[in-house]
Design a protein around this ligand. Structure first.
Ligand SMILES: Nc1ncnc2c1ncn2[C@@H]1O[C@H](COP(=O)(O)OP(=O)(O)O)[C@@H](O)[C@H]1O
Ligand SMILES: [Mg+2]
Length: 310
């Protein structure tokens, strides 16, 4: 792809007490593309994103936006540079209305310092219509779903003229229909030239939406490629550093899945992949850390077993 580079980070390092969270990270995102970051829990994805969003300062390394060296010292500054982050845990005040949330920190005031609520409502309505979102500006956030609030956060980013939007595990708490709506919105943003960094460990989803994929492991980038050069098995293998197929699995009729892959690093970090969507189960080999209790049913193509204890 010949698109210009929107964001480039070079040799970024970040330590927390006792942990090297990021070690010499090089990474870049092209304009108008979706760049997926994946990697196991603790690999360093969120830390890098918080650095790009000005929440953390790196210990070393540089950030370039449109080829220019920048220092991003706060989320406010990130916003001024056209960077917005939609957080994994959407933090909002439940009693706040759609319009209050949208104009938080930038409410239009008149000469006497009074908020011009008519103007707030008018501009909110205009934006809601432009983004085809069917909410009333006065609706309270507590009356909306996670997906609705996510859409509002994206709308807010758009209204801030964001050119780079970071989404950290945006589909962890929404339904399949809402995922479709989010993906349609992401495609629309791309078409407008917005770059998206999309963090997810849902591998089937990643391959639907990504242009490029970067895999993190233990604070380093292990690979970064166009989607076409990767497949699910390779990504899992890169994430865990070579997978260990162990244990047994099958469908309810007693047949083995035609293909299955398990990476085992203890029950909390186990990923399993089945070629069939439904009715598969898995039990790790003795002593594998996944052999506690009964076989675990697998309801999706890729699951985090910790998230699926039934
Ligand atoms: N604020 C923090 N204080 C201390 N350690 C942290 C902090 N944030 C992240 N870490 C540690 O840094 C490493 C990378 O974490 P993180 O970036 O959240 O990974 P990921 O998003 O890939 O799951 C982990 O070992 C994590 O425990
Ligand atoms: Mg994270």
């Amino acid at each position: 792809m010949g698109e210009p580079i929107k964001l480039r980070v070079s040799q970024i390092e970040k330590s927390f007490p006792g942990v090297k969270a990021l070690n010499k990270i090089d990474f870049s995102v092209k304009k108008g593309t979706v760049h997926v970051l994946c990697g196991e829990n603790g690999a360093g994805k969120s830390t890098l994103m918080k650095i790009i969003n000005g929440v953390y300062q790196p210990d070393a390394g540089e950030i370039y936006l449109d080829g220019k060296l920048v220092k991003i010292s706060s989320p406010l500054q990130a916003r001024q540079l056209g960077i917005s982050m939609i957080f994994q845990e959407l933090n909002y005040v439940a009693e706040m209305s759609v319009e209050e949330n949208l104009f938080l920190g930038r409410l239009p005031v008149n000469r006497l310092g009074k908020v011009n609520w008519k103007e707030v409502t008018r501009q909110t309505l205009q934006l809601l219509q432009a983004e085809q979102l069917p909410y009333d500006p006065k609706t309270l956030l507590k009356d909306l779903t996670v997906s609705d609030i996510q859409m509002l956060e994206i709308m807010k980013a758009v209204s801030n003229q964001a050119e780079l939007i970071i989404m950290d595990e945006p589909t962890s708490a929404i339904t399949q229909k809402e995922v479709d709506r989010l993906f349609a919105k992401i495609r629309e943003l791309k078409a407008r030239g917005v770059s998206i960094i999309y963090i997810s460990h849902k591998l089937d989803e990643i391959f639907q939406i990504a242009d490029e994929i970067t895999v993190f492991r233990d604070g380093t980038v292990v690979d970064s490629r166009p989607k076409e050069e990767l497949d699910i098995e390779t990504v899992i293998s890169l994430m865990v550093g070579g997978y260990v197929p162990e244990g047994e699995g099958g469908d309810r009729g007693g047949n083995s899945p035609s293909r299955w892959t398990i990476s085992q690093r203890g029950i909390s970090r186990c990923q399993l992949l089945c070629t069939e969507r439904r009715n598969h189960w898995f039990r790790g080999a003795d002593g594998s850390g996944t052999d506690r209790g009964d076989a675990i049913p697998v309801w999706s193509r890729s699951v985090n077993l910790r998230d699926d204890p039934d």
